[in-house]
Design a protein around this ligand. Structure first.
Ligand code: G3H
Ligand code: 13P
Ligand code: ZN
Length: 315
């Protein structure tokens, strides 16, 4: 079913100290793998598309596909815009049928982020859509210059309170040491700033907090992908890959995080499965035979993530 009240789902998770998994959708097989994984675990799920996904597949097409899958699903499914940076895209998403949108003004000045987020909240309220905002900057692979440089972009707890009060956003993505992509720690092992998270949660107690860049980048999957990549002659990009350990994700969930985003783990699993089929089954040229194992791999990852998030049986 489509979750028409996504905020209530998050608030329930916040009270119950578990997190709802938010997984990135770019095509049909990803969507099916995610929904099947969530249904098998009886877990509510957030289906999210980035601006990049929209550019690739089309907003109307993605919404039609996700809404159909959600209506048929036996668990609540939120249809969410991930990292909406362009106000026109956010406004279009609200009109198109997303039940939740993220406005990401984290690269703007604080005042501009407040102004734009408040504007999005006004549009969204009128349509009954929930709004996630971002304060502090969640690093990307290319931003991992040093630990000090990263810490300078972490969410400031007192500013988080002011931000939530001034914008009226429903949930807040915070920067406490995670990063997008497969290389989350360029210079050292990852230690999330849990004391900072506790201070933020103590100040904005009722606001669901969101952890981006939380993929675990499992060694065995990276190994599999690299094995088949090296056969195909290109495996540089997964050198030194490192994710967020499950123990740290669980600590974050124990302290106010109730939505956790995963994209990179899905990408690695999907790619490993496709590469394996290409290499091991050289006679396959039916796209369905190429993509069905990848869809199964997505279901397995979603199952593992739901176990970490504690949302099994909550749908
Ligand atoms: O947070 C970013 C997600 O991994 C989406 O990535 O913009 O390449 O679709 P994308
Ligand atoms: P990962 O790159 O760690 O999967 O993070 C995804 C994300 O935050 C999407 O918004
Ligand atoms: Zn993100």
């Amino acid at each position: 079913m489509i979750a028409k009240q996504p905020l209530q789902l998050l608030q329930k998770a916040l009270r119950g100290k578990y997190a709802i998994g938010a997984f990135n959708v770019n095509n049909l097989e990803l969507l099916q793998g995610i929904v099947r994984g969530a249904e098998a675990q009886r877990a509510p799920v957030i289906l999210q598309t980035s601006e990049g996904a929209i550019e690739y597949a089309g907003m109307a097409e993605l919404v039609a596909m996700m809404s159909t899958a959600a209506q048929r699903a036996t668990v609540p499914c939120v249809i969410h815009l991930d990292h909406g940076k362009d106000l026109d895209v956010v406004r279009a998403a609200i009109k198109q049928g997303y039940t939740s949108v993220m406005y990401d003004g984290s690269s703007l000045s604080y005042d501009e982020n407040v102004r734009n987020t408040a504007k999005v909240v006004r549009w969204a309220r009128a349509a009954g859509v929930m709004v996630e905002a971002e304060l502090g900057a969640i690093a990307g692979t290319e931003d991992l210059v040093s630990v000090e440089a990263r810490e300078a972009t972490y969410t400031i707890p007192e500013q988080a309170l002011d931000f939530v009060e001034r914008t009226g956003c429903d949930s807040l993505a915070i920067a406490i040491g995670t990063a997008h992509g497969a290389h989350k720690a360029a210079v050292t092992n990852i230690v999330l700033d849990i004391p900072r998270l506790k201070r933020i949660h103590a100040l904005v107690q009722k606001t669901p907090l969101v952890l981006h860049g939380a993929s675990s980048v499992p060694d065995e999957l990276v190994g599999e992908t690299r094995m088949y990549c090296s056969m195909l002659g290109d495996c540089q990009r997964l050198d030194g890959a490192q994710g967020i350990p499950d123990t740290q994700v669980r600590q974050a969930i124990a302290n106010g995080v109730c939505k956790v985003n995963t994209d990179t783990d899905l990408r690695i699993a999907f790619t490993a499965a496709v590469r394996e089929t290409i290499v091991e089954q050289k006679d396959v040229f039916d796209p369905r035979k190429l993509l069905a194992p990848a869809r199964d791999a997505i279901q397995r990852i979603v199952t593992q993530r739901i176990a970490v998030f504690g949302s099994k049986g909550k749908g």
